[in-house]
Design a protein around this ligand. Structure first.
Ligand code: PCA
Length: 325
């Protein structure tokens, strides 16, 4: 609350001063479409910063990987090509396993548990990012992950041989363990990849399926609630340290508002997009007991593998999370 009060006071002060001491525009690349709730929240965050800093900093968001492709966003911020941006956190799991804390199957399967898991993981992630000259501003979860198919699938055995779109190392591993053929595809290329048969299946939220009108290519969405991965907004630490204390306070306040709004929008968007998939003609239903059981087994293997890869930091996150439950 203190930050919010600071924000409001600082906003009133800076808007009272007619001309800003300096003015700069921050290009903010986003990987997901403008209509997606993450992008909408980022745009509101940008407006909050622009208004709050009295025009010192104008944020221009660039959705759908239009400025920088999703996979390159983190590096672009680290190297100072852009000051700020948004990325799927678990996309960096190859670099350091702790980035994949939110893609451990069946560890945190609801919004409430995802919030607890984030609370447990936040100090570690902030530190890992700080060591890479990145300052974490806020994170927002995606809705629970389910699996999309062309034809009905009732067990893991039936998944074998299907071309599967992956978005991080965990989803690629899930494909391998179920005998599917993983291919890494950014959300911006999803509709085309599915329309042209580059992939015939994927794990994701109803949100991403809805954003990409997946009913044009796929017919089934099985609610599995495997995990809720996160997007996060980061800023180059050199840029951050160079800001005035007032502007840092304003941006921190805007980030708190964005995180709060994003969490609510994620929940709302879940029901809305599940219905959207149905309206588009897809069958939306819980996975069969056999499919769930098979995925649970694969999830146990993936959990062991992640704990082995993430070492002490990973074990501490899971322990802290379990202690909150
Ligand atoms: N949508 C993103 C990541 C998780 C999600 O629900 C995607 O599919 O790329």
């Amino acid at each position: 609350m203190k930050t919010l009060t600071n924000l409001l006071t600082a906003t009133a002060l800076t808007t009272a001063i007619a001309s800003p001491a300096f003015a700069e525009t921050w290009d903010m690349p986003l990987a997901y479409p403008a209509t997606n709730f993450h992008s909408a929240v980022a745009a509101e965050f940008g407006k909050c910063v622009t208004t709050g800093t009295g025009g010192d900093i104008t944020i221009a968001t660039h959705p759908s990987g239009s400025l920088i492709a999703g996979n390159d966003i983190k590096r672009a911020i680290q190297t100072g090509q852009v000051p700020i941006g948004e990325r799927l956190m678990s996309a960096h799991q190859n670099e350091n396993a702790v980035f994949g804390f939110d893609s451990i199957p069946f560890l945190a399967t609801s919004f409430d548990d995802s919030a607890k898991l984030w609370e447990a993981a936040k100090p570690t992630l902030e530190k890992v990012l700080a060591d890479q000259d990145l300052t974490l501003l806020y994170t927002v979860p995606w809705p629970p992950q389910g699996i999309y198919f062309k034809a009905p699938i009732a067990s893991v055995d039936e998944m074998s041989g299907i071309k599967f779109r992956a978005y991080n190392a965990a989803t690629a591993r899930l494909a391998e363990l179920t005998g599917m053929l993983p291919v890494q595809i950014e959300a911006a290329e999803l509709s085309q990849a599915l329309a042209t048969g580059v992939a015939d299946s994927m794990i994701s939220s109803a949100a991403t399926g809805y954003d990409s009108k997946l009913w044009e290519s796929l017919n089934y969405f099985y609610e599995v609630d495997a995990w809720l991965p996160r997007n996060y907004i980061m800023v180059n630490s050199g840029v951050w340290d160079g800001l005035s204390e007032e502007n840092r306070g304003i941006i921190t306040g805007c980030a708190e508002l964005a995180e709060y709004a994003g969490n609510w929008r994620a929940r709302e968007y879940t029901g809305f997009t599940l219905q959207g998939l149905r309206d588009g003609g897809m069958t939306v239903e819980p996975a069969s007991d056999a499919l769930k059981a098979g995925l649970q087994e694969i999830g146990a293997t993936m959990t062991e593998e992640w704990l082995a890869a993430a070492g002490e930091d990973g074990a501490a996150i899971v322990e802290a999370y379990r202690a909150m439950k």
